[in-house]
Design a protein around this ligand. Structure first.
Ligand code: SF4
Length: 232
């Protein structure tokens, strides 16, 4: 797909879905951004915000979360998250690892440590946590360290492939991410992540994308392909 076409799709995505969105950057300490990223992967900002607030309200502090069972943590998820058990376990594992290395939950300490390292080393440091994956590392880099990193989860990749912004052949996650990062201005990175996950939730479903009602259907190759076909 020509670069100009990709740019048109990115612009349409940002303007049509982004006009009412209010991306929030750097509101949480690194430790909390990491936990939030575990909740945020493959869901929307609204759901992740709600679940995160539940966690904060139901537990006295992060140490109480650390010593709780996965079932107790999952009660905060309100059945709104996929792979709830695995997510709860990752939160416990992360808090345990932090606790074992610092014997506290000093919310500023982790940011100071990462800021001293520079971007590449900070990403490597984050990736060493057992609970980390590509998404959590990219999320923290973008939200806490101001990096031009676009966290990509499975639902986001599905949307981007259907829109032709990444090629099916680009199988390496890092290659996919670099390709998208080249297409999205740094200042729009957070907004881009929000609108892609919102679109995955409202229209670009895994099984039956609702292309005819999608605001991207006039520019998305998959949406254009549905032209003339019967509405479902
Ligand atoms: S037009 Fe269809 S395939 Fe394209 S983004 Fe919208 S729902 Fe997804």
């Amino acid at each position: 797909m020509p670069t100009t076409t990709k740019q048109k799709i990115v612009n349409t995505l940002l303007t049509s879905l982004g006009k009412n969105a209010k991306p929030k950057i750097g509101e949480r300490p690194v430790l909390e951004q990491f936990i939030y990223a575990i909740l945020r992967e493959n869901t929307t900002r609204e759901v992740a915000d709600r679940v995160f607030d539940n966690l904060r309200e139901r537990f006295y502090d992060w140490n109480e979360v650390r010593v709780s069972s996965t079932l107790e943590i999952m009660e905060s998820f309100e059945d709104a998250l996929s792979h709830a058990d695995a997510r709860a376990q990752r939160i416990i594992d992360f808090l345990q690892e932090i606790f074992e290395t610092t014997y506290s939950f000093d919310l500023e300490l982790l940011l100071e440590v990462l800021q001293k390292k520079g971007m590449k080393q900070a990403a490597k440091q984050l990736a060493r946590y057992q609970a980390a994956n590509d998404y959590t590392v990219a999320w923290v880099m973008q939200q806490s360290l101001g990096g031009h990193t676009i966290p990509l989860d499975a639902s986001g990749i599905r949307v981007l492939k259907r829109m032709g912004l990444v090629e099916d052949a680009q199988v390496e996650l890092e290659t996919l991410r670099t390709s998208i990062e080249d297409q999205v201005p740094k200042a729009k990175g957070t907004l881009f992540v929000d609108v892609v996950s919102a679109l995955a939730n409202t229209h670009c479903h895994a099984d039956k994308p609702a292309c005819r009602d999608c605001p991207l259907h006039t520019v998305c190759p998959t949406g254009l392909d549905t032209k003339g076909k019967k509405p479902r």
